[in-house]
Design a protein around this ligand. Structure first.
Ligand SMILES: [Zn+2]
Length: 81
């Protein structure tokens, strides 16, 4: 049973802030590009367009200062929690 967990769309933090890490897609991201792919039952999706960004997680934890930019729509996503 796969569960899809939407991430939280946020305003992108300043890239110069040393306490944040913003993961951005490669210039030529494939349609199935994900930032993480594992064997777990949880997928985290973009809070804006629903595209899967983190596939196959075992659990989802809030990690402050970590952001994922959606290759599809460009939204800045944070882990919920
Ligand atoms: Zn998106």
């Amino acid at each position: 049973m796969l569960t899809q967990v939407p991430l939280l769309v946020v305003q992108p933090p300043a890239a110069t802030d040393p306490t944040v890490r913003i993961f951005t897609p490669p210039r030529h991201a494939t349609a199935d590009h994900v930032y993480l792919s594992g064997p777990g039952p949880l997928h985290s999706s973009c809070g804006e367009c629903g595209r899967i960004l983190l596939r196959g997680q075992r659990s989802v934890h809030h990690v402050p200062g970590i952001y994922f930019v959606c290759p599809g729509c460009g939204a800045c996503n944070a882990l919920p929690g």
